[in-house]
Design a protein around this ligand. Structure first.
Ligand SMILES: Nc1nc2c(ncn2[C@@H]2O[C@H](COP(=O)(O)OP(=O)(O)OP(=O)(O)O)[C@@H](O)[C@H]2O)c(=O)[nH]1
Length: 202
């Protein structure tokens, strides 16, 4: 199964690129890549501009670029699904999930195999959805393109056009800290970094 790592966006609320924030002695994106490789044979990293792609290349991480620049995570998914067969699955993971665990994708993949009709497998906690730590079939690429062409860049609207299997996040309650927890602000980063140290992750 392909892994897609989103390494784009503006990180406006953080004030600096989230993927490069250090956890231990490495930037978050390298930890996330390690987790993705636990489940995925190949990983496509999607950057949103040439500068980011060059910065990644200096770490020997190859990246592709969005084909819909400046259009958010949905554009990253669209680029990352490129070349995949319609029925094939890919795991989409954002770079702002400090406690993400690759094992969760293995479980989501098992659920995906059970569900022939599903075009996406997305964890949720009640109304809260986690579409950037989720599975999508290759055929979702065309639907992503339609949404982006229609000016609908929100992942929630995109999911409404797909056949989605929702998976309660409580299924992963044994994983602590909460693996779907994301960071948007510097305070959330400081909190996550302190928790990371407390848990002995670095
Ligand atoms: N490839 C790609 N990834 C993106 C893009 N926008 C956001 N992402 C990624 O999507 C995930 C969620 O990002 P968001 O927090 O929604 O957006 P952001 O632009 O990073 O942050 P804000 O500016 O604070 O909204 C992160 O992994 C981002 O790297 C984009 O245009 N292209």
């Amino acid at each position: 199964m392909r892994g897609i790592l989103l390494c784009g966006g503006q990180s406006r609320r953080m004030g600096q690129k989230k993927q490069w924030l250090p956890f231990g002695d490495r930037p978050l994106l390298l930890h996330t890549l390690d987790q993705l490789y636990k489940t995925c044979g190949d990983v496509v990293v999607v950057a949103s501009d040439e500068e980011e792609r060059e910065r990644l290349a200096r770490l020997h991480v190859n990246a592709i670029l969005d084909q819909y620049p400046g259009q958010g995570p949905l554009a990253g998914l669209h680029a990352g699904l490129s070349g995949l067969q319609g029925e094939e699955w890919a795991c989409l993971v954002a770079c702002d999930l400090p406690f993400f665990r690759g094992e969760i994708l293995q479980d989501l993949a098992m659920l995906a195999e059970e569900d022939r009709a599903a075009q996406a497998v997305v964890p949720c906690d009640g109304e809260q959805l986690f579409p950037v730590c989720a599975l999508y079939r290759g055929q979702a690429r065309q639907i992503a393109a339609s949404c982006l062409e229609d000016g609908q860049r929100a992942l929630r609207q995109f999911l409404q056009r797909l056949q989605v299997r929702y998976v309660p996040a409580e299924r992963y309650a044994s994983y602590r800290p909460f693996p779907f927890h994301n960071m948007n602000t510097i305070e959330e980063y400081e909190f996550a970094r302190a928790l990371w140290k407390k848990e002995g992750w670095s």
